[in-house]
Structure formats: C-alpha cells, structure tokens
Design a binder for this molecule. Structure first.
Ligand code: NAD
Length: 433
C-alpha cells in the first residue's frame, strides 16, 4: 500500500505473489507517465471493491460442502466492470485482485468502455460432477447478486468455466430479476445470445499478434515451430489457428502431461483425442498416440520459434527464463512471466507479446457480445472476426509505437497505454466528494 494504513492494518492483497507482481508492474508503468497525480496511482493500486463469499453446495452424495468464492472489481472508472470467472484450486483473493487489475489495463489498451474485474472459486473442477458445478455456480451467482448487473459488472469464462457456466449464471440472474437478461454475461452459448466467434476469440487474437510479430521479425509462419502450454480454450484454439497457417506445433502440455513430435503434432487429431473422446474425462493430451510423452518440466524450455504459455500465471520463472530457447513469446495466459523472468528474457532478446495485449481478443469479442445483447441485434461471424482483427492490429501497432518512442519493452508500453487511459479518466472525473 502506498497510502498510510493504520498500524494494525494488514493488507489482504499484499500476501499474494501474483497481486504484488501486478502492483509492481503498475508502479513500473507509472514511472513512464507524465503529469499524473501520484494519488491516482495509489487509488489504482488497490481494487475498488472486493467481495468474498462462502458458498454452500449440496453434493451428489447428500452431504454439504463449503466453497470460497470471490469477485473483485478493480475499476469502474471507464464503465461497467468486466472480467472472467475462474474455477481452480489456486484461486484466492490476491490472485483474483491481480487478474482484475490486469483486466483494467487490457480494457484500456483496447479502448473498451469497461473497468477490470475478476471472479473465482477455489475448486478443482476435476473433482466435482456437472450437477455439483451447476449448483455451485448458481449459489455463487446468488451470493454476489448485489454487486453484479449488465451495467455494473459482467462476467465471462476463464480457466475452469465455459459457455455452460455462463448459461447457468444467465439463467440464475434472469430468474432473480424476472426477465431474460443475456447481457449479464458474455461467452454464453450462441443460442442464448452469445456472440459467434467468442469461444475462439482469445486464441484468434493471440494468433493475430503472432502474425504481426512474425512479420516484423521476418519469420515465415509456414514451417515455423511452436510450443503451447495449456490446451483449454485459449491453447486449443491457438494451436488450431497456427496449424491452419502451416506452423508446426511440436509440443503441447496441460496440467497432467505433455506430448512432443518434432515433425509437428496432428492438431485436429489431438483435438479429437482431448475433446471428443469419452475415455478422456480429464480432457488431457496424455495418451495421445501421435507424439511421445515429454516431461512437463521440459515443455517451456524446448527449442522453438514461438512459445505460447496459455495455462496459468507465473510459470516462466527467472530460472526457466534462462533456459528458454525461442524467438517470440506470445502470452495467451494472464501473468505467465514473473518480473525477474521478464528482465532475463528481455536481456536475451526474446520478443514478448504481453498478456494484456496478446490475450485481449477475448474481452474484445465479449464487448461485441454485450453490445449485441443490449441492442438486440446480432452480428455474423465475418463481422466479428474482421472487427476483432482490426482492433487487435490497432492495439498492437499502438503498443509497438509506444515501445519504440519511449525505448521500453512491449510489456511496459502496453501497461503505460492501459494505465494512462484509466488514470486520465480518473483525473478528469475528479475525486468524490
Ligand atoms: P481452460 O480451463 O479452458 O484451460 C486451461 C488449460 O491449462 C487446461 O489445458 C489445463 O489442463 C491447463 N493447466 C492448468 N493448470 C496447469 C498447470 N499447472 N500446468 C500446465 N497446464 C495447466 O482455461 P482458458 O480459458 O484457456 O484460460 C487459460 C489462460 O488464459 C488463463 O490464464 C486465463 O486467465 C487466460 N485467458 C483466458 C481467456 C478466455 O477467453 N478464456 C481470455 C483471456 C485470458
């Protein structure tokens, strides 16, 4: 905390390494901003509002189990807050607060009229049934009902949640308010007012960024090699898009295992193995016959042209960064690179497309979905994809230009743009009362 807290005050965020990382990135970016009142940066260092709820769930065996859920709204300066909902064992207040802060900068970089938010429940989805997940989701929605709304705070899928989860939230919220309210969430099924191309949007955005970086580095994508960590929404779509462009995806890993094929994995076959195989309830790449098993620890240091962390935060540590052997890192995940690793990678000359830019395709198409639901007028996929490409290219070019102008890394440049937008809006609105 940069303010002066009372002596007995213990900052609940400060204990989290992920939160400290997000806050230190903010401080780093703030150093490059001119004429910003330090009081505004102090306000941006802490989230606007955080809610922690206990969620009781009737389990399939009749017992009751308690879960802990969080919703953190980092900023509501630029509009309703927006951000995903994560179900993972690691979820805690600090992680959710960090992810909410990154969402604020991401919306700023993309010029979206949203503030940043994030939510989560500490749960291992592999350990609960679909009906338990439904009851957990509905009760969590009910517990945080007072702080969400289509003009207040809008959720979307993140790790461990998907279109079905959003459909349950949409239904629960609509039952409470008494009318169908699709604009309460984005990333819902298309049949329920979801946007075509939203599911693929993050991976597509990652791929557009890789295309732009590859062009700059004169790296022909056809025949280039890539390694992907995470084979969920972001990782699987990125693999598919890269595969379509002739990239050889030589290794893919997830929470359980990694597979490797130096000639390039057969991506459509891998997708079938993970997602269309009833004997694979964990949806893992493990056991894929088209490659050999690779120790998980070796995945991120495999030699390749493009490395795509698309699973979770802080996987690229200083030690791993020293062994990383690639030309471009495209951060599909949020916060995959620690600050020390960032320094090592920059010194090694690895070109990093930072998370707040690289994976912003998801929130951009979420914005399109929200706009369509409010207007009750749906777009076709061509329009969604061409708008996404246009917005990603615009943001990439702005970040690239800022990095060159100030002689700073792409990450610092992206954060400077995102933080500056929110900070200037805050300054113009003034401090109430
Ligand atoms: P997902 O739940 O669909 O998939 C997560 C994948 O990561 C799975 O393959 C899982 O096995 C793997 N994984 C989990 N823990 C792991 C570990 N310790 N090591 C290696 N792999 C691990 O999640 P997702 O929606 O694809 O999100 C992935 C990342 O992308 C997260 O950081 C998320 O915040 C970020 N992100 C997602 C979106 C989106 O639209 N879904 C948008 C922006 C950013």
């Amino acid at each position: 905390m940069s303010a002066n807290p009372p002596e007995h005050y213990s900052d609940p965020f400060e204990q989290s390494a992920v939160y400290r990382m997000a806050r230190n990135q903010l401080r780093d970016a703030a150093r490059h901003l001119d004429n910003i009142d330090p009081g505004i940066i102090a306000r941006l260092e802490v989230p606007k509002r955080s809610m922690m709820v206990s969620v009781p769930v009737r389990m399939d065996d009749g017992s009751t189990r308690m879960f802990t859920g969080y919703r953190v709204q980092h900023s509501i300066t630029s509009g309703a807050s927006k951000g995903g909902l994560r179900y993972a064992p690691s979820v805690d207040l600090g992680e959710v607060a960090a992810l909410a802060m990154w969402m604020s900068w991401k919306c700023g970089i993309m010029g979206l009229p949203f503030g940043g938010a994030k939510g989560g429940i500490a749960v291992d989805t592999a350990q609960i049934s679909a009906s338990e997940k439904q009851r957990l989701t509905r009760r969590f929605t009910d517990e945080i009902l007072t702080i969400i709304g289509p003009r207040i705070d809008v959720m979307a899928p993140d790790m461990g949640t998907d279109e079905q989860t959003m459909a349950w939230i949409y239904d629960t919220y609509s039952m409470k308010v008494g009318y169908a309210c699709p604009e309460i969430v984005t990333g819902k099924p298309v049949e329920l007012g979801g946007c075509v191309g939203r599911r693929e949007a993050t991976g597509r955005g990652v791929t557009y960024c890789i295309e732009m970086a590859a062009e700059e580095y004169k790296l022909p994508l056809n025949g280039a090699t890539a390694v992907v960590q995470g084979y969920g929404n972001v990782g699987s779509v990125t693999c598919e898009e890269l595969h379509k462009r002739g990239v050889k995806v030589i290794a893919v890993g997830d929470r359980y295992a990694a597979v490797f094929n130096p000639k390039g994995l057969d991506i459509p076959a891998l997708y079938r193995h993970v997602y269309e195989n009833r004997d694979n309830p964990l949806k893992t790449v493990d056991g894929f016959p088209g490659g050999e098993k690779l120790p998980l620890a070796d995945l991120l240091t495999l030699k390749c042209d493009v490395l795509i962390p698309a699973a979770m935060e802080r996987v690229l540590t200083e030690e791993i960064a020293q062994k990383v052997n690639c030309r471009i890192i495209a951060e599909g995940a949020n916060g995959p690179t620690t600050m020390k690793a960032d320094t090592v990678l920059n010194e090694k000359g690895v070109f990093i497309i930072p998370d707040v830019l690289c994976n912003a395709g998801g929130v951009t198409v979420s914005y399109f979905e929200w706009v369509q639901d409010l207007a009750q007028f749906m777009w076709d996929e061509d329009r969604v994809n061409s708008e996404l490409r246009k917005q990603m290219a615009k943001a990439y070019k702005r970040v690239r230009a800022k990095a060159t102008e100030k002689n700073i890394s792409m990450r610092t440049a992206a954060l400077v743009i995102g933080v500056e937008k929110v900070a200037r809006e805050k300054a113009m609105r003034g401090l109430y009362p």
